[in-house]
Design a protein around this ligand. Structure first.
Ligand SMILES: Cc1ncc(COP(=O)(O)O)c(C=O)c1O
Length: 385
């Protein structure tokens, strides 16, 4: 039986065109981009070409793209780099605003910054996962240095209104960062219109390779390097560049076809409609345009999400309960708790994430199998079927 992969929020299949673009940088052009011989220059050229591609996709200039090892590193750099830079210039600037529904790498960076003397406000969200603009505005003080808010949520797909948030940040002269790992190429990300100073991207959510990403850093942004060494990437990220990864990242961006968004939305909505016919099921997060085109997240009463994903896996369908990073934890998802679910509802959650490779028959099969799995689990549930 062929495997149906519906965990694209965790990672995506690397596109064959991406793999082909990367291979020469393993086999022939394997030089270090800092070397001054021909192989080094070839590698450097490939990086700069890739930087241009990614900059163009964001409508920014190449010098504003810093390559990193992925979303986690970019988010660490954005938060810690701006916090320490701001505090070194003005000790009063010690406050960061973020939300309760960020990816763990933002939340853990923020928590660590608290241990270093910074103050962090973790904003509540409404029941669909949206930040309340008035709450954000009232949280900003003269001490605030950064607002960091995820664009498209990795668990429940909520797409934040970054334009309004960006306006509030600009008005108050506060840096604005977004984690766009899930939304990049899938939702409108207008860096200039949204007044963004920093944007986190990665490649493996868009059919690119794992272990490579970027941080957009608006020219003139006060930020310190977090990783020290040979001064690569404009001094912001030392370390020999992952040339094949960077080339693969750029290729993945180049071959994005925005027409795929509509099809993913159509399949997502078909999935939602089909799954919500299962009794005592609910959709977590919003519907329509304010939801990532490839995300659906459900809760089923009286059963555990882990059991559902386990059964589906045996049936050849890969899905997840929450984000891949937190799926090892026994704690209920912090995102689902933040939108007001009970612990029981949060434990009964299932995340289905599509990609451009998802077919209609995959969705049909999932709906059919899921209904059977839920019925079966409810029959044996100690909470009563
Ligand atoms: C929203 C979000 N931010 C950050 C990350 C971390 O990115 P990476 O896996 O490239 O470190 C992920 C991936 O799980 C993500 O979904």
């Amino acid at each position: 039986m062929g495997k149906i992969y519906l965990d694209n929020g965790a990672s995506t299949k690397t596109d064959n065109k991406v793999v082909q673009a990367m291979i020469p940088y393993f086999k022939e052009m394997y030089g270090n981009a800092s070397s001054i011989h021909k192989l080094g220059k070839d590698a450097k050229l490939a990086i700069e070409k890739s930087r241009k591609t990614i900059a163009k996709s964001l409508n920014v200039i190449p010098e504003e793209i810093v390559f990193t090892s992925g979303g986690t590193e970019s988010n660490n750099l954005a938060l810690k780099g701006t916090a320490f830079a701001a505090a070194s210039m003005n000790k009063e600037k010690n406050h960061i605003i973020t939300t309760k529904i960020e990816h763990d790498c933002v939340l853990e960076s923020a928590k660590w910054l608290e241990t270093q003397g910074f103050k962090v406000t973790y904003l509540d969200v409404d029941k669909e996962g949206f930040v309340l603009l008035e709450k954000l505005k009232s949280a900003i003080t003269p001490k605030t240095l950064l607002v960091s808010i995820i664009h498209g949520n990795n668990e429940i797909g909520t797409i934040q209104d970054l334009e309004s948030i960006g306006k509030a940040c600009k008005k108050n002269n506060v840096l604005f960062h977004t984690d766009a790992c899930q939304s990049f190429t899938k939702a409108n990300l207008d860096v200039k219109k949204f007044n963004l100073d920093l944007v986190t991207l990665n490649a493996h959510k868009i059919h690119g390779p794992k272990g490579v990403g970027a941080l957009y850093v608006k020219k003139g942004t006060i930020i310190m390097p977090w990783q020290h060494g040979g001064g690569h990437e404009f001094g912001l990220r030392s370390g020999t560049e992952n040339v094949p990864g960077i080339v693969g990242f750029a290729k993945a961006v180049k071959i994005v076809d925005s027409n795929n968004i509509k099809e993913m939305e159509r399949l997502r909505d078909k999935l939602i409609e089909g799954v919500l016919k299962i009794p005592e099921s609910r959709l977590n997060g919003p519907i329509g345009k304010k939801r990532l085109c490839n995300n659906a997240n459900f809760s089923f009463k009286k059963i555990e999400g882990e059991s559902i994903t386990g059964y589906l896996d045996i049936m050849g369908i890969a899905s997840s309960t929450a984000s891949a990073c937190s799926s090892m934890s026994l704690e209920p998802s912090h995102v689902l708790m933040a939108i007001g679910l009970s612990r029981e509802e949060a434990h009964g959650s299932l995340r289905i994430t599509l990609s451009r490779y998802t077919k209609e028959e995959d969705i049909d099969k999932l709906i059919k199998k899921l209904s059977k799995v839920v019925n079966k689990l409810r029959r044996i549930s100690p909470l009563g079927g």
